[in-house]
Design a binder for this molecule. Structure first.
Ligand code: 13P
Length: 139
């Protein structure tokens, strides 16, 4: 499965702790990340991650493009609700696309833990059914 790991600056430490804790689960999957989040995770774990641009420079949109092609199966996006982001429209667009394509999305670590445990249990195997489909919105 293709999994995106994204964290705003104030949540990057939580993301690192999360990926350290769940490294054995995550390493079985293809991981994608915005630039700085991916760099931090790779510095602190042995996970290999495809890094896109940093979020404010278009990374959220690059991950959004994968969602729009139905190429992303799970998004762990630890958002900072207390800090204004210069690229807020991109953040909103990414979350919207998760709803359009019904992609499981966690916006905080607590929900992330539930989803990752579901992933471990095989709860998202249904995603393999939609792979290869055109993935038109509303289908
Ligand atoms: O801004 C982000 C998500 O909106 C994250 O980007 P970075 O991982 O590059 O900090």
């Amino acid at each position: 499965m293709n999994i995106a790991l994204i964290a705003h600056d104030n949540k990057k430490q939580e993301m690192v702790q999360f990926t350290v804790a769940f490294e054995p689960v995550l390493k079985k999957h293809d991981l994608y990340s915005t630039g700085t989040t991916g760099k931090r995770i790779m510095e602190e774990t042995s996970l290999s991650i495809h890094r896109f641009q940093s979020g404010p420079l278009g990374g959220d949109q690059q991950i959004g493009a994968m969602i729009a092609k139905n190429e992303m199966d799970l998004i762990l996006f630890f958002k900072d609700p207390l800090t204004a982001q210069p690229h807020e429209p991109d953040v909103t667009a990414l979350i919207r696309l998760c709803d359009v394509y019904k992609i499981p999305l966690a916006t905080n670590m607590a929900t992330g833990e539930v989803l990752i445990k579901g992933l471990e249990r095989g709860d998202f195997k249904w995603r393999s059914i939609v792979h290869g489909k055109e993935g038109k919105a509303g289908e």
